[in-house]
Design a protein around this ligand. Sequence first.
Ligand SMILES: [Fe+2]
Length: 434
Amino acid sequence: MKKLHYILTLIVWMLFTSCSSPALSNKINSDKFRLIFNSDPMTTMTIAWNQYQGKPTLYYGLTKETKNHISPQRVVKYKGMNNNFVRLTNLKPDSKYYFKVCTFSKCTQTSYFKTAPSDNRAFTFIAGGDSRSIPEGRIRGNILVSKIRPLFIAHGGDYTHHGDAKEWQRWFDEWQMTRSSDGRMYPLTLTQGNHENSDHEMLNKLFDVPNPDVYSKLDFNFLSLYTLNTELEPAVGYYDMDIRKTKQWHEYDKWDAQTKWLENELKNDKKRWKILSYHRPLRPHRANKDEGRLRYLDWAVLFYKYKVQLAIECDSHLVKYTQPLKPDLFGEEGFVIDKNGTTFIGEGSWGAPTRKNDDDKSWTLASGSFWQFKLITAMPNRLEIRTVKFGDEKTAYNPNQVKELTQKEQDKSPTTIPKNLDLWKTKVGDVLKL
Ligand SMILES: [Fe+2]
């Protein structure tokens, strides 16, 4: 009898402290959601969030009923957050997956994401970086994501200024503005920037990036996206700073391993499009930025040899398109125009302080200085690159004036983009075609 009384008391207490407890149920349990393409974009998705209390369960599925459920496979206390990670696998390509997180029987709103197509269906993606320092600019870009509905966002690094807890928490809160009005959220791919160098595991702990050295390749059906880490370059990024601390003089090991990996991957890559994202440009269009040394010498030759068509660069807080380029030591700053070469675009200004574009070359197609990211439409036979402007420190811009593309419109025609975006006009018009 005593035992039964104890069990009943326990059940009442559990009920009281779970869904029926006003003290707990009124609190937010989960926030700061972010999705990441860390593996096959057609069949996997990583969902991460901050959990305040309780044991969360992620419910997901192809319908709003979200019939499947899974517990986080990894929890990392970092930057003042309990970063929970669910790695979904065996998903269907080109599909909508709904998800919500429930704790103490209380659930978040239901959101959804899309997996990448496994056929030749076109898609759009956004490439931009340097979202640090000025939230006003960053938020403008975030809201534009929600209007454009890209398959994913390739972030080129320098997310925040110092990489501290306060800045990251704010960054994640503002990232929620990328959610579309119907609940669609968009995965990121992550690139290491120099402002993440205080902890070279930062992107692993916040986004579950699998390679601690933050370089990888994502396979889309007709396109490969390589992410490279310029911060491994000796005397440039964190690897150098680390070895000074540890006094281990193997400073070229990690850099050389990355270059070797890149060549091996490129050599066997049969995809129609080969695109690279990395933080520091080989040849910045800002005069007081150091020229790339090893990244030029080691990488440019591989880009040309293996026919990389597009390299996305960041770091300088300005805007540029180059002509297609081939490395040539007799050319200006080591490049000459060659129609089979690599087009370099950049250079990261998603809310970072804009800088003057004061270092154009003879092979620069266009340059400018304003807040922007690139909107890339990928098709089997063509790449279209647009630069989406969102003002600057002195130029007002209201992203809410852009009419959100509906999911129905995009499903019908995957290359459709919102009509009233403020697109950069250059001598080739507002679309650079490759
Ligand atoms: Fe940078």
